[in-house]
Every structure is written in C-alpha cells, then in structure tokens.
Design a protein around this ligand. Structure first.
Ligand SMILES: *[C@@H]1O[C@H](CO)[C@@H](O)[C@H](O)[C@H]1NC(C)=O
Ligand SMILES: *[C@@H]1O[C@H](CO)[C@@H](O)[C@H](O)[C@H]1NC(C)=O
Length: 145
C-alpha cells in the first residue's frame, strides 16, 4: 500500500513537470524567415501556450539583432537581446486557453537587404503552487530584403 502511494506521488510529480514545460511561449507572428524591409513596422505576437498549472505572468523583454553572415550567424535564444524594443509587463489577452500580447518592432534603418535579423523574447513567469521562477527565451529569424 505504502509502496503504491509513493509511486503515485512520483507519477504526479512528473506530470507537473511536463505541464510546466508544455507551456513554453512561441511566436504567433511573424513567421520564421518572413521577409521584412528596413524601416518596416513588424507585428510580433508572443503566445504563452495553454497550461494546466497555476501561473503568473510577470514580465517580458524583446529585442532585435542583426545576423551579419547568413541565418546561421544569428545567436539563437541563448544570445543577448541587443536592441531592446520592449521591456515591461506581459499583459496578455486570452484566446481560448492561450494568451498572447502584440508588440511592434521597427526594422532598424542600418540593417541591409540580404542580411538576416533575429527577434528574441524572454518571458518571466511564476509557475505552480510554489510560484517557481521560470524564464523562457525564444528567438525567430527574419530575412531583410
Ligand atoms: C492590459 O490589457 C488590457 C486589455 O487589453 C487593457 O485594458 C489594459 O489597459 C492593459 N494594461 C496595461 C498595463 O497595459
Ligand atoms: C494582435 O494582432 C493581430 C494581427 O494584427 C490582431 O488580429 C489581434 O486582434 C491583435 N490582438 C490584440 C490583443 O491586440
């Protein structure tokens, strides 16, 4: 009896971990490798996926950076945000069980056609009954034409 109840507890603990991972944020817009022009205002829509655990959205920071030698030279989500275009509350709107917020980034005037650009978002949330701090960083690559 005792053995089975500790197995059940272990099972529950792994379920909770899975649901925390399953709520990673993603970009609803723009699409990966979307073509953008210098000076263009680009809609950046950040979604926080459905979660069956408790959460509290705290803050988000977004930046844009230049990739000088092709898409492969973009830093990915582990790099810096570089030109920060928003840092503040994540005030998401619910759509069904997803929640999202729109932002706008202007493609900097010094970017050059043929280059790639990366948009990076870092979202800070408190997850679960214990309000565990969680930072998710995601990145998307755009093509400057
Ligand atoms: C958050 O979003 C709601 C609904 O879109 C809006 O009414 C409210 O002013 C926003 N708050 C902040 C701090 O941006
Ligand atoms: C976010 O942008 C999309 C596309 O323009 C629009 O359909 C949606 O209503 C916007 N949502 C909010 C909350 O501003």
């Amino acid at each position: 009896m005792r053995f089975f109840s500790s197995l059940t507890l272990a099972g529950l603990a792994s379920l909770v971990t899975t649901s925390v991972l399953a709520q990673a944020p993603f970009f609803g817009a723009p699409q990966s490798l979307a073509q953008v022009t210098v000076g263009e205002d680009v809609l950046v829509s950040v979604f926080q996926g459905a979660s069956n655990s408790q959460f509290e959205d705290v803050a988000i920071a977004l930046g844009i950076s230049q990739c000088f030698t092709g898409a492969d030279s973009c830093s990915g989500p582990g790099g810096g945000l570089v030109d920060v275009f928003y840092a503040g509350p994540f005030n998401a709107t619910f759509v069904g069980t997803n929640r999202f917020q729109n932002f706008t980034v202007t493609i900097p005037s010094f970017y050059e056609p043929g280059q790639f650009a990366q948009v990076t978002a870092a979202l800070f949330t408190l997850v679960g009954a214990e309000a565990t701090p969680n930072l998710d960083t995601i990145a998307i690559v755009l093509q400057v034409i």
